[in-house]
Design a protein around this ligand. Structure first.
Ligand SMILES: [Zn+2]
Length: 101
């Protein structure tokens, strides 16, 4: 599934609850059960890390380009676990849900 099909929007960190200096990507959860996910992203090329002040995990991203973005490591939302690679999701251990058209 393409990242751009998950209704992505950029937003800013929640002060005090998410680290400053990151971008937050909000997408439909790839499980397609109707919830949204917030993904904190470091600057392109930065390694992933856990923010010391908030305890929030920040993913490594290849770029801010939604059409080609690769995130590291994988995303594990519980309901869906997989990779974001070259702007598309790759589910681990199952087939992707199909988005109704
Ligand atoms: Zn989900």
């Amino acid at each position: 599934m393409k990242l751009t099909d998950l209704n992505p929007v950029w937003t800013t960190p929640l002060g005090g609850r998410e680290p400053n200096g990151v971008r937050i990507l909000v997408i439909d959860c790839p499980c397609l059960r109707g919830h949204r996910r917030r993904i904190p992203l470091g600057q392109p090329g930065m390694s992933s890390f856990t923010d010391g002040d908030t305890g929030v995990y920040v993913w490594q991203c290849s770029s801010y380009d939604l059409a080609s973005m690769t995130l590291y490591p994988s995303l594990d939302f519980g309901c869906w676990h997989g990779h974001m690679k070259n702007g598309a999701t790759i589910r681990v251990g199952g087939t992707e849900p199909v988005k109704p058209s």
